[in-house]
Design a protein around this ligand. Structure first.
Ligand code: ADP
Length: 473
């Protein structure tokens, strides 16, 4: 299904959407390619002329209506997420809440876009800074949060006065279709939001090449993000990139061990480790490493693997066969390099169907030689490294390439503050396993990205400053 200029397209090539817990086709949907993307951009360009001059209050009201509609369909939205992404239903329900929160936050912000008046350096001059919408935005979103990554981009874009063409991940397009049903029902003017589902490279090429598209906002892999940035350079577009991560989780000897174990369980095994802020390396002070490893292994073994639709499931499937192979290869490489598996370690054979399950896994005696020490895992594997001093762990935890999220557990305030300063990451959680809130800037440094999403920071990404100097003579 495509949604262009306020109309659903129901004919075209079909794409099968697979349930990763069972391997079954959930639905076959209509797709489009370059031609449809061009059309969507043209319509978004036309609609921008009207939308940018719609009042903030009116834009706010539209978004508030979408909030209401999504709330009334929360259950259906959560089930859609679980069916196409695999995550446990309770986690999908949380994602729906967060997706709606973004819409609500930016519905409020739409009314509060202020400019500035600057002190002039000449008595006859009047200086102003206007903040105006960037223009048509192309948004490309991933499959790991098939709903909230969409609203986290579209809500601030619409609040700012931009129009949007969205390409969701081909693995999880059903959540996107549902959001667009809500946009449609809310009566958003035709062309303000458009949805194109289809071959990523083909659609991406049209989006980056078009001079009418003034911004690309992307969440996905560093590799594709770099490509989009390169391609967007020809027309000097604004870009926001939320890319890969390789989060360290550091545990000092004075940390509360139980809490640290919970922290690793939550940051590593939620979404089966398929989030960009998932813990990728656990660093434990050498003196407590054995004790910590044993505790973590015990708790990990207690996690329930299964179809996210079933009650009591903690860990769902990986997204597809490729993801499963990558995780299995990293575990094999880790064991070849001296790692010892103390929980999990295998593909999980599951009676429920042909799903892509991997056991939540803990590997002790991890070292720098292993692929997992530097490559993003995107799966449920926790390697435990050890360290002796604060300086040593800072040096090791800072990654050459990635800089998205880092976690640190200690009861020493001074140490916590030093870690906060020294960790080269866009997001740092000190004794906090969930350093993400709507009002805070979410985003990475280094090759983890450019730009922020969330709060007032997320809105800035869709605005340009225009300086106006008026000589009053
Ligand atoms: P992952 O490896 O996690 O699937 P990707 O970066 O491949 O991450 O995918 C994230 C999003 O980028 C998806 O919507 C995907 O379809 C899209 N994508 C993949 N390749 C391209 C491309 N060449 N141009 C534009 N978008 C792309």
């Amino acid at each position: 299904m495509l949604y262009i200029n306020g109309t659903w397209r129901t004919s075209g090539e079909k794409l099968d959407v697979i349930n990763p817990a069972t391997g079954e086709v959930i639905e076959s949907i209509v797709t489009g390619g370059a031609e449809e993307t061009e059309e969507a951009i043209a319509q978004a360009t036309e609609a921008f002329k009207m939308w940018k001059n719609t009042t903030g209050v009116k834009r706010s009201n539209y978004l508030a209506t979408v909030v209401k509609l999504m709330r009334s369909r929360s259950k259906e939205l959560a089930e859609t997420i679980t069916s196409e992404n695999g995550k446990p239903l309770a986690d999908a329900e949380r994602e729906v809440i967060s997706a709606i929160d973004y819409l609500e936050w930016y519905a409020e912000e739409a009314k509060r876009l202020y400019g500035d008046t600057l002190p002039a350096s000449h008595p006859d001059k009047h200086l102003m800074v206007l903040r105006q919408p960037v223009g048509v935005c192309a948004a490309i979103t991933p499959w790991n949060f098939p709903l909230s990554m969409i609203t986290r981009k579209i809500a601030p874009a619409l609040a700012a006065g931009c129009t949007v063409v969205l390409k969701p991940a081909s693995l999880t397009p059903l959540s996107a279709i549902k959001v667009f049903e809500c946009f449609h029902e809310a009566g958003l003017p035709a062309g303000v939001v458009n949805l194109v589902i289809g071959p990523a490279a083909e659609i991406g090429k049209v989006m980056t090449a078009s001079p009418d598209v003034r911004k690309i906002t992307f969440t996905g892999s560093t590799r594709i993000g770099k490509k989009l940035m390169r391609d967007a350079a020809d027309t000097v577009k604004k870009v926001s990139m939320e890319l890969g991560g390789h989060a360290p989780f550091i545990i000092f000897e004075d940390a509360d061990l139980e809490e640290a174990v919970t922290g690793v369980l939550m940051t590593k095994f939620k979404n089966a480790g398929q989030t960009c802020i998932s813990t990728n390396r656990v660093y434990v002070a050498e003196s407590i490493a054995e004790e910590f490893g044993a505790l973590l292994a015990t708790k990990t073994a207690e996690l329930t693997i299964g179809n996210g639709m079933d009650d009591g499931v903690d860990v769902g499937p990986l997204i597809n066969a490729g993801a499963l192979e990558k995780v299995a290869a990293q575990v094999e490489d880790a064991t070849e390099n001296g790692g010892k598996i103390i929980a999990g370690g295998k593909v999980h054979s599951f009676s429920g169907g042909d799903g892509y399950f991997y056991e939540p896994t803990v590997i002790q005696y991890a070292n720098e030689e292993m692929q997992i020490a530097t490559e993003e895992t995107f799966g449920p594997v926790a390697p435990i490294f050890t360290f002796q001093t604060e300086e040593e762990v800072i040096e090791k935890a800072n990654h050459q390439e990635y800089g998205l999220a880092a976690y640190c557990y200690t009861k020493d305030l001074g140490r916590g503050l030093r870690m906060m300063r020294e960790l080269e990451y866009g997001i740092v959680g000190i004794n906090d396993l969930a350093p993400i809130v709507i009002q805070a800037p979410f985003g990475g440094i280094k090759e983890s990205g450019i730009g922020k999403e969330g709060g007032k920071y997320g809105l800035e990404e869709y605005l340009e400053e225009k300086f106006v100097s008026i000589h009053m003579k």
